[in-house]
Design a protein around this ligand. Sequence first.
Ligand SMILES: NC(=O)c1ccc[n+]([C@@H]2O[C@H](COP(=O)([O-])OP(=O)(O)OC[C@H]3O[C@@H](n4cnc5c(N)ncnc54)[C@H](OP(=O)(O)O)[C@@H]3O)[C@@H](O)[C@H]2O)c1
Length: 310
Amino acid sequence: MTSTGPGTVLITGPTRNLGRHATLALAERGADLLLVGRAGPDLTAVAREARARGARVREIDCDLSRLAAVRAAAATVRDLLAAGTVRPLRALVANAGAMSVDTRRASADGYEMTFAVNYLAHAQLIGDLLGSFTAPARVVLVGSNTYSANVWRRLLRVPEARWADPVELAHPADGDTNPGMTESGIAYSNAKLAILYFAHELQRHAGAKVNVSVFEPGWMPGTALGRGAPAAFQAIGRALGHLPGVSTPQRSGPLLAAIAVDEKWAHLRDGAFVVKTKPTEVQFVAHDRDRERRLWAATAELLERARAAL
Ligand SMILES: NC(=O)c1ccc[n+]([C@@H]2O[C@H](COP(=O)([O-])OP(=O)(O)OC[C@H]3O[C@@H](n4cnc5c(N)ncnc54)[C@H](OP(=O)(O)O)[C@@H]3O)[C@@H](O)[C@H]2O)c1
């Protein structure tokens, strides 16, 4: 990172695939690690593997679909930093993601699950820790190109984002039947577009101390992101995984770790979007000051509503 070293790096979703490989690569780069994930054998296993690579590791139990758990995780991190038990916080990698196959499904706070886990939980965590970084620090969010359509995604029937007011996006679907995979894909793309808008607005609020960027790992078929999808859907994904240009968590995980700590990427800020190793201009739709301001305000409203409901 700099002459002071990588210090402490917090990563969400370290238990499998992209997050797991990023975690192991961070351990090899000498970072202390705060692993924020659901407690269980997977979290224990990745912590053990990271320690075997020489990292000092803390496991922080957190179900990102419960904002109270996210606030508690942030409080734990602040306590560790205040006590000097871990080195200064130099990077936060918001990697965890989910694609709920039923958009009627709600988080513990009553928000649509995909929006809640991918976006709202990270907005809460980052907001709660913004004052806890030691400069120069980085926030790396994990985005996805699915926010906009192209020829390939149209052929594969991957839906692009269909933006609406964030309060509406946070609202689970109504009705007796599951709206289906297209709606599920739209919710995922909306959450990833929200991440881009958030990254741009976050940089305006974070100032010079923290650099904000967004990493796109490339398509990695066969990860657990599609769990719960019909078996045929998952099988097609696995079959397409053999196409050239398709990535894997083993390949993209270390690239994510590099964005978080390597000197080479120290200049990235303003929500710079990096596809694997390639800084890429986002589509026109992903730069919208009005939507970004509205998302910021609506997010504060949604997070406060969840806090007040306790
Ligand atoms: N796969 C792709 O093609 C692709 C493409 C572009 C972007 N991405 C993005 O890359 C990131 C990683 O994706 P992946 O493919 O590695 O997915 P994955 O295999 O499903 O891993 C997702 C990670 O997020 C964690 N997670 C999900 N819900 C959680 C919750 N409620 N509380 C705590 N942790 C939770 C999982 O923890 P558990 O082990 O506890 O479930 C797991 O560690 C995501 O942000 C995804 O959107 C993926």
